[in-house]
Ligand binder design. Structure first.
Ligand code: HEC
Ligand code: HEC
Ligand code: HEC
Ligand code: HEC
Length: 271
């Protein structure tokens, strides 16, 4: 009995140490009641992943895995709509993984508005009656004014372009670095997996190799429709999660690499 208790205590401590050690637990993306550094926490659950992922019954339309939220692609203004730009590349409507980020960061949906609530059943009383504290409290769980820095809104014309072809679109399934490739950018690396090509831009993060790692800038495959080179073909695009990894706590603002010396920018831009 005593031994069991000691074991239990031991494993609880291990769990606590592991939980507190690294990763999303320590970040503003821990929205549950255990959120330590969170600007907003919700009393309805101690779970973390549930605000974004569900093991069952995820949103089949989403470009993020087993996604637990509704997406709203309507009403966005994209970077190219600000009038004169010097863009070489085409911009697609807001989609891909960016739409998943914006399901919270456009400030229109509550963060606890999930498809499958934690617990038995889809609509769980203990979760539904939970309360927000922190920034989300006065706005019913939404990221809203006056917290403008994390509320991007629907007007994305003043944000770094997303849904934008990498390097002018000079890449495709058959042309890993084709004739249209724009040398204002560092070349993307790629590999064929199945029938698709996946692309990324290598960083020089410590311990990095030529293969894809979470500390590389991830590019997202989309089929371009809005003009530019390679319309109708799979090409690499820059999306929110190209620069950010929503799970990491070892870099500021969920960046994939340390922004010291503007390394984030210089990974892609040849400046
Ligand atoms: C705030 C939202 C959010 C939370 C909370 C979150 N994720 Fe994610 N996760 C995402 C998004 C967005 C993607 C897609 C990212 C991409 O395409 O690189 C993703 C991708 C993943 C992936 C596949 C790609 C990868 O990066 O490995 C795994 C596995 C994953 N999440 C696991 C988890 C687990 C486990 C938890 C809880 C401990 C969690 N996530 C919490 C948003 C979240
Ligand atoms: C479930 C809702 C939700 C989703 C989905 C989500 N976030 Fe967040 N995110 C938040 C909240 C809440 C905060 C804290 C807001 C604040 O402090 O004003 C936050 C903060 C951030 C911050 C600022 C971190 C800091 O240290 O100040 C970044 C960067 C960020 N998110 C990027 C992303 C990206 C990129 C994605 C998609 C890959 C994403 N988020 C998806 C809810 C979400
Ligand atoms: C090209 C790279 C890049 C892309 C794409 C990108 N971000 Fe960021 N983002 C950054 C960098 C770099 C910072 C840190 C800025 C700083 O330190 O002031 C940042 C900061 C943020 C912050 C914190 C703002 C603050 O000042 O507290 C949020 C929230 C955020 N990004 C969300 C998003 C979302 C959502 C998307 C997609 C719609 C996105 N980002 C796309 C590079 C990017
Ligand atoms: C993942 C790759 C990537 C990263 C990282 C990145 N960019 Fe970009 N950036 C692009 C692409 C692609 C475009 C579209 C440019 C074009 O086609 O002319 C772009 C466009 C821009 C533009 C607009 C150019 C125009 O002609 O309107 C500016 C300014 C810019 N980036 C600055 C930055 C800064 C500053 C950072 C770091 C915070 C950064 N970028 C990080 C890929 C990236």
């Amino acid at each position: 009995m005593i031994r069991n208790r000691v074991c239990l205590l031991g494993s609880m401590l291990l769990f606590m140490v592991a939980g507190a050690e690294a990763g999303i637990f320590n970040t503003k993306h821990n929205l549950g009641s255990t959120g330590l550094n969170a600007a907003s926490t919700f009393s309805g659950t101690r779970e973390i992943c549930v605000f974004c992922h569900t093991p069952h019954g995820g949103n089949g339309e989403a470009a993020a895995p087993i996604w637990n939220r509704n997406l709203d692609p309507n009403g966005f203004a994209t970077y190219d709509q600000m009038g004169t730009t010097t863009l070489d590349a085409a911009i697609e409507p807001v989609g891909s993984v960016s739409l998943a980020c914006l399901s919270c960061h456009d400030g229109t949906q509550a963060m606890d508005a999930v498809l499958n609530e934690p617990g038995s059943g889809r609509d769980v009383p203990g979760f539904s009656t939970g309360l927000w504290i922190g920034q989300a409290a006065p706005v019913e769980g939404r990221i809203a004014q006056p917290f403008v820095a994390s509320n991007l809104g629907k007007d994305l014309t003043n944000d770094h372009p997303i849904g934008v072809q990498y390097a002018g679109g000079g890449y495709s399934l058959t042309a890993p670095a084709g004739p249209g490739y724009d040398t204002d950018f560092h070349p993307a690396a790629s590999e064929i997996t199945g029938t698709s090509r996946v692309w990324w831009v290598n960083t020089f993060a410590p311990g990095g190799t030529g293969a894809f790692e979470r500390t590389d800038m991830k590019l997202y495959t989309r089929v371009g429709n809005r003009g530019g080179a390679y319309v109708g073909e799979e090409q690499p695009y820059v999306e929110c999660a190209s620069c950010h990894d929503p799970h990491v706590d070892d870099k500021p603002t969920f960046l994939r690499i340390d922004p010291v010396g503007s390394q984030v920018c210089l990974t892609c831009h040849n400046k």
